[in-house]
Write a protein that binds this ligand. Structure first.
Ligand SMILES: C[S@@+](CC[C@H](N)C(=O)[O-])C[C@H]1O[C@@H](n2cnc3c(N)ncnc32)[C@H](O)[C@@H]1O
Length: 324
C-alpha cells in the first residue's frame, strides 16, 4: 500500500474513487533553494537526502493536481488535513476552492523552534486546513481525549480546550537520529487521527516523508497507504514500517472517563426530579458550591449541566424548603 512514486500519477493508478476515510498530509513547501537548515539553525547531517521540492512557479498547478486527486479518492464524509506554511498557503486555499471539499476548520499549529529572526517577529506556526468531502457522515470523535466532566484547576472544560483551533504542540527534537526534513510530531498526528477516524479506517498520506502519518495510523489500529517520491527516504522508511505493529500505540493513550450523558433526551420522572433536588440539598449543606454540585449530579444522573440547573430553578419556584 506504499508507493515510491509521484502522488498524482500514483493516486490515479492505485487509488479507487471514494476509497479513503482520512488524508493527513504535509506537501513540500515550494521554498526555493535548500535554506531550511539555516533558518532552523540545525545540523543536516542526519537528514535523509533526496527530499523533492516543487518549483515555486509550479506550486499552483501542482497543488491543484494533487488536491483534485485527494478529493476523488476520499469517501463522501471523509476528511483531509493539509499542513502548510504561509508562503504558498494561498495556492492551497485556491486549489481547495476549486473542489467540492468543504472547510471545517483553519487550525493554527504553534510549535517550538520557530524560524529565528531579529528584525521582525519569530515565525513559529503552521496552518492546518481541515476539510471534508460532502454527502457522507463525517467522523468526528468529540470525546477522543477528554470527557465533558474533565476540568482544569480553574474549572475550565478540558474537552473544549482540546478542541480549540489553535494547537500548541512541540516538534520532536531528535538529536543524532536519522530523520526527514519537517517531520510531523506523533502527538499532532495522534490528535488528528483519533478525532477524525475509527479503527480499521484507511488513512492516506500523499507525501509520506518519514512515513510519520502511516506509523501513527497503524499504531492506532487504522490502515495506511501513501506515496513518497524520494527513493532514499522510501527505502529507509519502508524497512522500519515492517516493524510497526497494528494497534501498538493504543495502550499509550490516556483512558477517557465515560462521558455518556446516558439519560439525555429521555423524559424526566417525578422520582428523578425528587432525587436530584434531595441530593442537591445534601451536597449543598455539606459546603459544596452550586456549580460543583450541578457537575456531580450531571455525571451521576446522566443529564446535561443545563438540564440539572433548570430542574433546580423550577423546583426553587415551587418549593419553600429547598436550599438554593
Ligand atoms: C514536508 S515533507 C513530508 C514530511 C512528512 N509529513 C513527515 O512527517 O516526515 C514532503 C515530502 O514529499 C515528498 N514529495 C515531493 N513531491 C512529491 C510527489 N510529487 N509525490 C510524492 N512525494 C513527494 C518529498 O520528498 C518530502 O519527503
Amino acid at each position: 500500500m506504499f508507493y515510491n512514486e509521484d502522488c498524482i500519477s500514483g493516486a490515479k493508478k492505485y487509488l479507487a474513487d471514494n476509497s479513503i476515510d482520512l488524508i493527513v498530509t504535509d506537501p513540500p513547501y515550494g521554498i526555493s533553494g535548500d535554506k531550511l537548515d539555516k533558518h532552523y539553525n540545525r545540523n543536516e547531517d542526519n537528514v535523509i537526502s533526496g527530499y523533492v521540492e516543487v518549483a515555486e512557479t509550479d506550486y499552483p498547478n501542482f497543488s491543484l493536481a494533487w488536491i483534485k486527486e485527494a478529493e476523488r479518492v476520499l469517501k463522501p464524509g471523509g476528511s483531509i488535513y493539509i499542513v502548510s506554511g504561509y508562503t504558498h498557503l494561498r495556492h492551497i486555499l485556491n486549489a481547495l476552492a476549486e473542489t467540492s471539499l468543504e472547510e471545517r476548520n483553519h487550525i493554527i499549529w504553534k510549535y517550538n523552534f520557530g524560524v529565528y529572526t531579529k528584525t521582525k517577529y519569530v515565525s513559529s506556526h503552521y496552518h492546518i486546513l481541515y476539510y471534508t468531502k460532502p454527502f457522507g457522515k463525517v467522523t468526528f470523535n468529540t470525546y477522543a481525549f477528554y470527557a465533558d466532566s474533565e476540568k482544569d484547576k480553574a474549572g475550565g472544560s478540558l474537552n473544549y480546550q482540546d478542541r480549540e483551533d489553535v494547537w500548541i504542540i512541540n516538534r520532536e527534537y531528535k538529536p543524532g537520529q536519522i530523520k526527514n526534513k519537517n517531520e510531523l510530531p506523533k502527538s499532532l498526528l495522534t490528535k488528528i487521527i483519533m478525532y477524525s477516524s475509527n479503527p480499521d479506517d484507511m488513512v492516506c498520506d500523499f507525501f509520506l516523508g518519514s512515513f510519520s502519518t502511516a506509523k501513527v495510523a497503524i499504531g492506532l489500529g487504522r490502515n495506511a497507504c501513501g506515496f513518497e517520491i524520494n527513493k532514499n527516504a522510501f527505502d529507509y522508511q519502508i524497512e522500519i514500517m515492517k516493524e510497526i505493529k497494528k494497534g501498538e500505540l493504543i495502550e499509550t493513550l490516556r483512558k477517557v472517563p465515560n462521558n455518556k450523558l446516558f439519560q439525555q433526551g429521555k423524559p424526566l420522572s417525578d422520582k428523578e426530579i425528587k432525587d436530584i433536588v434531595e441530593e442537591y440539598n445534601n451536597y449543598y449543606k455539606s459546603g459544596y458550591t452550586k456549580k460543583n454540585v450541578i457537575e456531580l449530579l450531571s455525571e451521576k444522573f446522566g443529564r446535561g449541566y443545563f438540564s440539572i440547573s433548570k430542574i433546580l430553578s423550577q423546583q426553587k419556584n415551587q418549593s419553600e424548603n429547598t436550599l438554593f
